[in-house]
Design a protein around this ligand. Structure first.
Ligand SMILES: [Zn+2]
Length: 285
């Protein structure tokens, strides 16, 4: 009798163990499938390049975790991954911690580093405010819009327009510290400047009317430094051509990705900094 009970108890124990292992395996399987599916979604770099960081999300993360702290980049990355880079998508795919493990952990690290590279050095809006004349600037999200000069292509930046359409009026300032890497004429960009920030992002300013004095390739600039005046140069092989479009600043934001230059949408970055024009940005006014 005692022996029979012992056998039954052992069988019951074995059964429980088997059930537990089966349950764990099923859970692991479901997690893996979910992670693979999520990995496929978030691996689409074009979604990242939209750079759709709404100002409200940005502000609330800064308020809660501090400005440009490791926690800020951590939460930002998780929020963006959870919504597949579209914060309007409120359906959260998975709990945040799951983006830091296994297959998804690699994406998390990659994207967090890219957010930091781009955002860490930006400190101000690229156009100084017209305090005396009251003229204004405005911009839309034209990322991916069709452009035809130099062949059909997609617009890879944001155009900041002016209320007076007057070349040589609005001062352009550097959004970050950095070194002037490129200066000179480009058929598409007209007179342009390319400034490399310390973390490695490349800020491209195009269609300038003129350059600030002392701005040369290799010149070190500080955030808020005056670098040139807004104009309408470009869309021609002939250097100095003006008037092919309204006066505006084309702003491009790039970073190195897999050994190549990759643009991201500057619109949401500019939206965030539009109403936070820091005082030091206007020292040349
Ligand atoms: Zn443009």
């Amino acid at each position: 009798m005692w022996g029979l009970m012992k056998i039954n108890k052992n069988k019951w124990k074995q059964g429980m163990r088997f059930a537990c292992i089966l349950f764990i395996n099923i859970v692991v399987c479901i997690m893996e499938i979910a992670m693979i599916q999520t990995g496929q979604k978030i691996s689409n770099i074009d979604n990242f390049r939209n750079f759709q960081i709404e100002s409200s999300l940005w502000s609330s993360l800064e308020k809660e975790y501090g400005r440009k702290t490791p926690e800020f980049y951590d939460k930002l990355t998780i929020c963006m991954l959870q919504s597949n880079f579209n914060p309007e998508n409120h359906k959260k795919a998975m709990p945040g911690f799951m983006y830091k493990i296994g297959l998804l952990g690699r994406y998390y690290k990659k994207y967090r580093n890219m957010y930091r590279t781009i955002l860490d050095d930006i400190e101000c809006f690229p156009v100084a405010e017209d305090r005396k004349g009251g003229e204004k600037t405005a911009f839309d999200d034209s990322w991916g819009g069709t452009r035809t000069f130099g062949g059909k292509r997609k617009h890879e930046g944001t155009d900041i327009m002016t209320s007076n359409n007057k070349r040589g009026y609005f001062p352009i300032v550097s959004v970050s510290d950095g070194v002037v890497e490129k200066k000179g004429w480009l058929p598409q960009g007209g007179y342009r400047l390319g400034i490399r920030s310390p973390k490695g992002a490349y800020f491209y300013y195009a269609h300038l009317d003129s350059y600030a004095e002392g701005i040369e390739e290799g010149t070190k600039v500080r955030k808020g430094d005056y670098i040139g005046l807004m104009g309408d140069t470009g869309y021609s092989e002939i250097e100095g051509t003006v008037g092919n479009f309204d006066v505006h600043l084309h702003m491009g934001v790039y970073l190195d990705y897999k050994g190549k230059e990759m643009s991201v949408n500057p619109y949401y970055i500019l939206k965030y900094y539009e109403n936070k024009k820091l005082k030091f940005c206007f020292k040349n006014e």
